[in-house]
Design a protein around this ligand. Structure first.
Ligand code: CA
Length: 418
């Protein structure tokens, strides 16, 4: 039962403890958690192989998903600023985590955080199919179950997001048997209204369900999906699998989408579980690779990101027919889920990599990533709170590794100029 989860405060941990070199972190991962994306023994190394979410020792499952933007009300992104319009004031950042506090313990496979404007939050739990309310002091109360959720392995109750322009309206991405759906409901004083289905027909599978949803500065809802275990879906514009989708808050197709009468915004994705908009209104997405490379992509309308023809950045220097990632990681170092943006900085939660990646974006250009938080196991989501702290979800109860005492947790990180 989540409702009585206790708040476990470990106090502030020193910066030195937070900072971990890539080398050290990688060693810990190998010794400890194993990689989520390891190919299964006896399996061919192609599409089926890697699971992005599963630890090396677990039998199946691929890579998970993507996430919500951390575009909740109160986040840095302003709804009014059109893409590519610079702000007048000098931008703050880049930033890095300097302190960590253990805010909540004993969650069950938590997947997504959506902040209310008052700084409190809702958190989805994938397998229990419930959403809990979390106060700024870490008190947890169950709000309720999302009806009709039926998923296995990487499916279930996934991303949640509030509409910044209608802050009492909550959007939910969930598996309902053989398809994933986007649902909408109201949230008022601790209670949900009726749930309505806005978008359905997104192919579902035990592997690669995407699941992160986020509102953009244009007021549209962006939805990250996975290839549902079949890479050919990603290049097929007639299916919603392996795509980033863009719909209106009512679930309709915007007139200015790149393909006529289609919710598809970009394609050629394997499994996207992280979405974040920067100050210029640009959309960034984290994506699980198969066995070669996980990706951080800068998303363009109508863009083809290459899967399954290309994974990561080609050795010979770049794709002619596909958009290459801005950065890539070995899958054992990342297997990325949630993505957050604040102050010229991206934060990417890594499952198999079991750490938090910080990617500085000074002047909008991606710099060299640095890793943090290598002591907490798998990380599922990272979201910027209205007060400027970064909340991070651990994910050691999702069936891919052995949970520790108190898993799963919400960690609250203080950010400072780096
Ligand atoms: Ca790609």
């Amino acid at each position: 039962m989540i409702s009585d989860a206790t708040r476990g405060t470990i106090g502030k941990v020193s910066v030195n403890r937070l900072l971990g070199s890539v080398t050290v972190a990688a060693a810990l991962v190998v010794a400890g958690c194993g990689g989520d994306d390891e190919p299964e023994p006896g399996q061919p190394a192609a599409t089926e192989t890697s699971e992005d979410e599963s630890p090396a020792e677990s039998p199946d499952d691929g890579s998970p998903e993507n996430e919500t933007p951390d575009e909740s009300p109160g986040s840095e992104t302003t709804d009014e600023s059109p893409p590519s319009s610079p702000t007048d004031a000098p931008a703050a950042g880049p930033v890095e985590p300097t302190d960590v506090e253990e805010l909540v313990t004993d969650l069950d496979a938590p997947w997504s955080i959506a902040f209310l404007s008052d700084g409190e939050a809702l958190v989805s739990q994938r397998d229990e199919e419930t959403i809990v309310h979390v106060t700024e002091s870490g008190d947890v109360t169950e709000v309720g179950e999302v009806p009709g959720v039926e998923g296995e392995a990487e499916g279930g109750l996934l991303g949640i997001a509030f509409d910044p322009n209608a802050p009492d309206t909550l959007y939910v991405y969930a598996t309902a048997g053989d398809e994933n759906q986007v649902l909408r409901t109201t949230y008022d004083d601790g209670e949900f209204g009726e749930f309505e289905t806005l978008l359905d027909g997104i192919p579902a599978s035990p592997r690669h369900d995407g699941g992160r949803i986020a509102f953009g500065p244009d007021g549209m809802l962006y939805i990250a999906t996975g290839d549902a275990g079949d890479g050919s879906n990603s290049q097929d514009l007639d299916t919603l699998a392996g795509k980033i989708l863009r719909v209106t808050p009512d679930g309709d197709i915007p007139d200015d989408n790149p393909f006529d009468d289609s919710a598809v915004y970009s394609y050629g994705h394997r499994n996207v579980e992280g979405l974040a908009f920067d100050d210029e209104g640009r959309l960034w997405a984290s994506e699980f690779g198969d066995s070669a490379a996980d990706e951080l992509n800068l998303i363009e309308a109508g863009g083809n990101y290459g899967w399954p023809e290309v994974e990561g950045i080609p050795d010979d220097g770049g794709s002619e027919d596909y958009i290459d990632p801005v950065h890539e990681w070995p899958v054992e170092d990342a297997s990325p889920s949630g993505l957050a943006y604040v102050d010229q900085t991206l934060f990417m939660a890594a499952l198999r990599g079991a750490r938090l990646w910080q990617i500085p974006l000074p002047g909008g250009e991606a710099g060299e990533p640095t890793d943090y938080l290598d002591d907490y196991g798998r990380l599922r989501d990272a979201v910027v709170a209205p007060d400027g702290t970064l909340w991070v979800l651990t994910n050691n109860t999702d069936g891919r590794t052995d949970p520790r005492e108190g898993d799963d947790r919400i960690l609250r990180l203080t950010l400072s100029d780096s």
